[in-house]
Design a protein around this ligand. Sequence first.
Ligand code: FES
Ligand code: FES
Length: 167
Amino acid sequence: MDAEITLRVDGTTHRLAVDCRTTLLDALRERLGVTSAKKGCDHGQCGACTVLADGRRVLSCLTLAVARSGSEVTTAAGLAPDGELHPVQRAFLEHDGFQCGYCTPGQICSAVGMLDEAGRGWPSHVSPDLTAHPALTRAEIAERMSGNLCRCAAYAGIVAAIEEAAG
Ligand code: FES
Ligand code: FES
């Protein structure tokens, strides 16, 4: 069964008819030609497909496009409108937070989402005090980014970049 949906992606509104089983990732890549979000495992295990939906990070391979109709979807490309890099993107460049770059768009979207979550005071699994504002230690960053895998193991650079972007 098809459904008419509206997706606002990186500032552009799209109306399209999709099979109700279409994932957000496939809608982005196959229907809209938005290739910033990558397909790694397609099973929710690698994080390469991470995008921001209404400001929250989501795995687009596990999200049905119909469930996000009306949402504002931001990919890593959309974080740099007009070529002006987002502070997280600049920090990834400065700290060599990538090698092949395949995981990088997902890492960057996840980092932006994670910094917002921490800024709101949301604890993680390793936060020692669930009521205190979380300090972004390396352990906190590693835990909060643990859904994003990097086959090249650029983790040292990724963590350093997030530390810098966190300020
Ligand atoms: S492609 Fe979505 S988590 Fe791997
Ligand atoms: S930089 Fe190659 S997978 Fe992460």
